[in-house]
Design a protein around this ligand. Structure first.
Ligand code: ZN
Length: 171
């Protein structure tokens, strides 16, 4: 397993729409293993393949809070098939926008259809942090970032800050 470099705002790669996975090849299995390694190393609770520069619809999540306990979940070609009318506000962050947090309102519960690592179709109902996290990661597969859900003023400010930092690093 390899820790892969993270794609950071304002890299245009983050705006790409990812492709369906299709057959689960050895390359996809390696990608999933590397994504978990990268996510745990960061550390983060969720990662989409595009965040390591791969435009495939793959998401890894582990929202377990207890130390030493892992709840590794992989979602291949995930799709929200139902969302609750009730909303919930969560202070979100993103490994591609390091050390920036903002409150985002999303449906409180969602049903998600996806394929597991064996290619079998699964469906789960998620609530709480898992529901927020799945929605955040599926957004990534569509080129959407959590800052797209906040005010334009705040979004422009954070993009400007990261653009400056990227220029500084490149200099
Ligand atoms: Zn993210």
């Amino acid at each position: 397993m390899t820790i892969r470099p993270l794609v950071i705002l304002p890299d245009a790669v983050l705006r790409r729409v990812s492709d369906p996975v299709g057959p689960i090849t050895p390359e996809i299995r390696t990608l999933v293993a590397d994504m978990f390694e990268t996510m745990y190393d960061a550390p983060g609770v969720g990662l989409a393949a595009i965040q390591v520069g791969v435009a495939k619809r793959v998401v890894t999540i582990d929202t377990s809070k207890e130390e030493g306990v892992r709840d590794a979940r992989v979602f291949i070609d995930p799709e929200i098939v139902w969302a609750s009318a009730e909303k919930r506000i969560y202070d979100e962050g993103c490994l591609s926008i390091p050390e920036y947090y903002a409150e985002v309102e999303r449906p409180d519960r969602v049903r998600v259809k996806f394929r597991d690592i064996e290619g079998a179709v699964q469906e789960i109902e998620a609530d709480g942090l898992l529901a927020t996290c799945i929605q955040h990661e599926i957004d990534h597969l569509n080129g959407v970032l959590f800052i797209d859900h906040i005010s334009k003023l705040k979004r422009d400010r954070v993009i400007k800050r990261f653009t400056k930092a990227a220029k500084r690093d490149a200099a």
